[in-house]
Design a binder for this molecule. Structure first.
Ligand code: 9WN
Length: 447
């Protein structure tokens, strides 16, 4: 796969510490996304975490995804949060979502949120199979025995996305809340959020996140939270019915990153289907092709990045964020266009910016007016995003691009705090420490 590991004592020490983070965040049935800030199971976190776990114990990796699958809706949707019933310190919790209270599509137990996140799970399963095979026949057999059940869950999940989030077959997924992108306050969503009115009847609430991360500049603002919660009230009012939401919701945008993840994940799922002798290979390959084409078609000639679209206004969302490199994750650009995008990635607007502590990909371009170096998805570098880019480039045979990025992320992670994100000019760890997916990133990037 990718070129030589940096390893040595530093690598072994980092891996041991990363393993300790995952063990420390493990409740026994699931791994918390972070010990204090995010004490439940998040959907795309669980996928990343399961890859980290596969380096330690492939059976535990499968169990992590099984826990997520227990929250799957009748529609096939994997919810963005599966709540730990014993944990009450996160807001908004299950009562605010009230999913099973308003729709029979949601499970009564475990309780879940009513939205989803980018579909990384099939990619995680593909990787778990590879890691188990590398480990030996016992681990491989165990994962193989688990695979058919997981495949049915993933097929229902992908079919949900294709059916409900792209009914017009454009090759781009629509999302109903910024939380669905996993990049909550990214400048990608500033325009659409400016059109979300804070409900006058918004039930009062107390944030918990700013009690854990004491510097409010690192978290979304109060106005942003008012809008997030107003949208939750709106979605709940629509009984989480996608057909109704498509017509009524005040936030409806395409998400190029989630679409690229779906394209790559559909390739992975088609490979799994083939290995199982399942009948849906052609269907899954068609999904992959459709979304790859949709993502490649969203590249803006001026910015050189793939852009989301506000489906309420029809306008492209002209933000310079890491999500704009979505085509590098799934392919689909011609050779010249891909070369240009790689050049942009290496340029001073991105990983080649002279001020960066490490040559990683900040969440927003430091050369963009929207860039804020400490503000969550508005500028900090997120190791999990860099890992995703490295991993997907590796899958596509682009080790030449992935290699330097991988070494830069490992340098950024060398401090061993496994922070949620970093100030990109100083490398200072920000947000939550001991974030599970950051530990998983370290484990996977080291090997
Ligand atoms: C809201 C758990 C999640 C990640 C998201 C990240 C953050 C939640 C929050 O934490 O979102 O879903 O409370 O801010 O933005 O990507 O999955 O790590």
């Amino acid at each position: 796969r990718l070129a030589a590991r940096p390893a040595g004592v530093r690598g072994a020490g980092l891996a041991a510490r990363a393993a300790a983070v995952l063990r420390g965040n493990d409740t026994g049935v699931m791994v918390r996304a972070a010990p204090h800030l995010y004490p439940h199971q998040w959907s795309w976190d669980a996928a990343f975490v399961s890859v980290g776990l596969a380096h330690l114990d492939p059976g535990r990796a499968c169990a992590e995804l099984d826990h997520l699958f227990r929250g799957q809706w009748r529609t096939g949707m994997l919810p963005h949060i599966v709540f730990d019933p014993d944990e009450t310190t996160y807001f908004p919790g299950p009562d605010r979502w009230g999913c099973a209270e308003v729709t029979d599509d949601a499970p009564v137990a475990p309780r879940t949120s009513g939205i989803c996140q980018p579909p990384v799970q099939a990619l995680a399963v593909e990787r778990i199979v590879t890691l188990a095979e590398r480990r030996g026949p016992g681990a491989a057999a165990r994962v193989r025995a688990w695979l058919p059940g997981a495949y049915r869950r993933l097929l229902a999940w992908h079919r949900y996305l294709v059916r409900e989030r792209d009914p017009l077959r454009t090759g781009l997924l629509a999302i109903h809340h910024g939380w669905e992108s996993g990049m909550d306050n990214s400048p990608r969503w500033d325009g659409p959020y400016s059109r979300v009115a804070v409900r006058p009847d918004l039930a009062p609430y107390r944030r918990r996140d700013t009690r854990v991360v004491r510097d409010p500049a690192q978290r979304p603002t109060h106005l942003e939270y008012d809008r997030y919660l107003s949208l939750v009230a709106e979605l709940r009012g629509a009984r989480y019915d996608d057909a109704r939401i498509r017509v009524t919701t005040s936030f409806l945008v395409t998400d190029v990153l989630a679409s690229a993840v779906l394209a790559a994940a559909s390739d992975a799922l088609a490979g799994i289907a083939r290995s199982l002798g399942a009948g849906e290979v052609a269907e899954l390959e068609e999904h992959a092709e459709r979304f790859r084409t949709g993502v490649a078609g969203s590249v803006d000639a001026g910015l050189g990045l793939a852009l989301d679209t506000d489906l309420r206004t029809g306008e492209p969302l002209r933000a310079e964020t890491a999500a704009g490199f979505a085509p590098l994750l799934c392919g689909g650009l011609g050779a010249t266009a891909e070369r240009e995008m790689v050049a942009l990635l290496r340029s001073e607007r991105w990983t080649g910016h002279p001020g960066l502590r490490h040559a990683v990909l900040p969440s927003t371009s430091p050369a963009s007016p929207a860039f804020r170096p400490r503000a969550y998805w508005r500028g900090p570098s997120w190791p999990v995003v860099d890992w995703l880019v490295v991993w997907m480039l590796g899958r596509r045979g682009r080790a030449d691009v992935a290699g330097p990025l991988r070494r830069a992320v490992l340098d950024e992670l060398a401090g061993g705090s496994f922070a949620e994100y970093h100030e990109p000019f100083t490398g200072e760890p920000l947000g939550s420490a001991a974030q599970s997916w950051t530990a998983a990133a370290a484990l996977d990037l080291l090997l």
